[in-house]
Design a protein around this ligand. Structure first.
Ligand SMILES: Cc1cc2nc3c(=O)[nH]c(=O)nc-3n(C[C@H](O)[C@H](O)[C@H](O)COP(=O)(O)OP(=O)(O)OC[C@H]3O[C@@H](n4cnc5c(N)ncnc54)[C@H](O)[C@@H]3O)c2cc1C
Length: 325
């Protein structure tokens, strides 16, 4: 997710040590192989709303433990899969596969490993997907990624790829069994020359072999419904999964939305501002807004909701519990 940057900038730890310290061992897969090996398109074809949760690689052993504790709690909602980000905002790229493997080992649930083209040659990208496949990870979220910190504009490395659609094509061609997710932007990607161009580029990505589009976070469902309508008109027929980030902290959400370009509806913004010095009220307002969004999305036929949980279970847990999920 583009906005994870400030939360996880810089890598100061060796992940192998972290996993050992946190008591997590090999990535053997003891059970649930059928469920774990499902591709995105099969996971999303259920006749009921599909929940999924996105985590990011934490920087410390304590962070890793608390992330797994969040995953444990969220299992109560029988998620279709967990996804783990890759190098978001310049964070370390290494542990994504380890985290996916560990979640599969502990819970027998499917995972989706994110992968970006940032700083990687085609050989390195291919190698990542090969490793993911060897570990039984059945889905890759194929992304271009954001420019590294301090660099203006995305530049592909020599022997690398310039857009996500090229990564999708590579995976689809060389790993035909791998499920592929791509990012979609209900409020238009910040670098796009126009909303129309952005959608045309999305169609190229989907036509290259993506199974589903996972949307950037948004706080006004009308943006998502318009996006769905415009995608369908253009001939994009894969599932378009809404992405929600329940607000828990006002300064954090201001930073995140300014980074990814999502807007907060006026009424929600003023409500949050009124209570900006009261963290409990902020979390209550955030959870209630996310509950209303989720309820409405499901009622209007969205395939499910992908929650950006920022490694904390509480907000998504409240939302889904309130909905009786
Ligand atoms: C669900 C989700 C998860 C994410 N996870 C991560 C993560 O784990 N790590 C991370 O670093 N980032 C992550 N991101 C952020 C993502 O990397 C950024 O938003 C990035 O700026 C764009 O990636 P993309 O794959 O959408 O790029 P692209 O689809 O390649 O699009 C990038 C821009 O180029 C334009 N474009 C696309 N194709 C062409 C073309 N052929 N010619 C001209 N212009 C074109 C598009 O309109 C867009 O403006 C995530 C985003 C989402 C929505």
């Amino acid at each position: 997710m583009a906005f994870c940057g400030p939360l996880v900038v810089g890598s100061v730890v060796r992940y192998k040590d972290l996993f050992r310290k946190a008591g997590f061992g090999s990535s053997r897969i003891p059970w649930g192989v059928d469920r774990m090996s499902k591709r995105l398109k099969d996971l999303l074809s259920a006749n009921q709303p599909v929940w999924s949760f996105e985590v990011f690689p934490p920087k410390t052993a304590a962070g890793l433990e608390s992330m797994y504790a969040a995953v444990d709690r969220l299992m109560a909602f029988k998620p279709a899969y967990f996804s783990c980000t890759f190098g978001a905002g310049g964070s370390t790229q290494g542990p994504t596969l380890d985290i996916c493997s560990e979640i599969m080992r502990r819970h027998g649930v499917a995972t989706m490993a994110h992968l970006t083209c940032v700083g990687l040659t085609v050989d390195a990208l291919r190698d990542f997907v090969r490793q993911a496949k060897a570990r039984g990870i059945s889905n890759i979220m194929a992304l271009r990624g954001d420019p590294p910190k301090g660099q203006e504009g995305f530049r592909k490395v020599e022997g690398g790829l310039g857009y996500a659609n090229e990564l999708v094509a590579l995976i689809h061609r060389e790993f035909p069994d791998m499920g592929i997710g791509v990012g979609g932007y209900p409020e238009t990607h910040q670098e796009a020359s126009s909303p129309e161009d952005d959608l045309r580029h999305l169609k190229v990505k989907v036509d290259a072999g993506a199974d589903a589009v996972v949307c950037q976070l948004f706080y006004d469902n009308a943006d998502y419904y318009r996006f769905v309508e415009r995608c369908r008109k253009l001939g994009i027929h894969v599932p378009l999964v809404p992405g929600l980030l329940p607000i828990v902290n006002f300064p954090q959400i201001q930073r995140i939305t300014s980074l990814c370009g999502a807007k907060l509806p006026k009424a929600l913004y003023s409500e949050l501002e009124k209570h900006k010095d009261d963290p409990a009220a902020t979390a209550r307002i955030g959870a209630e807004h996310a509950r209303k969004q989720t309820e409405d999305l499901i009622r209007q036929g969205a395939p499910g909701v992908h929650f950006y949980v920022l490694n904390q279970a509480e907000a998504a847990h409240q939302v889904l519990t309130a909905l009786g999920a």
